[in-house]
Design a protein around this ligand. Sequence first.
Ligand code: ADP
Length: 295
Amino acid sequence: AIAVLGSTNMDLVAYVPKAPRLGETVTGSAFRTVPGGKGANQAVAAARSGGEVVMIGAVGADEFGVRLRSALTAAGVETAALRTVEGASGTAHITVDDEGGNSIIVIPGANGGVTGLEAGDAARIGAADLLLLQLELPMEAVLAGASAARAQGVRTVLTPAPARMLPHELLGLVDLLVPNEHEAAALTGFTDPLGAAEALLREVPEVVVTLGAAGVLYAARGQEPLTVPAPRVRAVDTTAAGDTFVGALAVALGEGRPMPQALRWASAAAALSVQRPGAQDSMPTRAETDAFAAA
Ligand code: ADP
């Protein structure tokens, strides 16, 4: 089983020819509300990949909260540990322009109130094979989750996004770090992925740097680094590609598959997701990933 301690956000997406400047009003072409948040995205990716998934976090007591919870439930994610709290759900206000460029305002809302574990959470984490963490909850909560996992021998996987400096204490509790190349560079100052991965191995035992269309780089202490190329596909929307990758990787590792095989399977899942528009909507089922990985 997989536990996710992380964020749920409603993504409010406005499509415009060009993003408005300060004081300017522009007329856009479309508006969509889509369930998101890195935590929820990873939970959905893992559930679609066939994992038994529990989501720990919070939504607000508003209409978005109801929809965010039902999106998780519909994907098969257990939401008993997703609290409904006073106030607004987390939202991401996204402007997408005609060139595909975007600008984003994230308002944490209910996510910002998650500052630690609640009754039953440590046991939920203890019952899991892996705990998935990201950085859209307050650092106290991420630390509390990682400590609970370590104390119970549960493997922790941290996606260090959005990029920020990490306390040493947190890195010391992480078993597998999965940055994209920008996050890896931000964390280490090394712009080449191999240099960044080697620097990160001083803090964590295993690192996977995701490289977009170039695939992934895996590095572990005392082993030769391994590059797994991504399947060549036509990408239409890479939103949540990284979250799809991590969710699928967690399922494969939780089933005891060896790392190289798990990396290839997760790469297949992520490559399927980039060929479809959307975030959670674009995530493949286990059967789809199996079929694509075998082809
Ligand atoms: P993020 O989405 O977090 O920025 P990446 O861009 O590195 O992270 O993408 C995560 C993973 O998604 C990649 O390692 C790869 O497996 C897959 N992926 C992303 N873009 C493509 C693409 N154009 N073709 C195939 N796979 C892709």
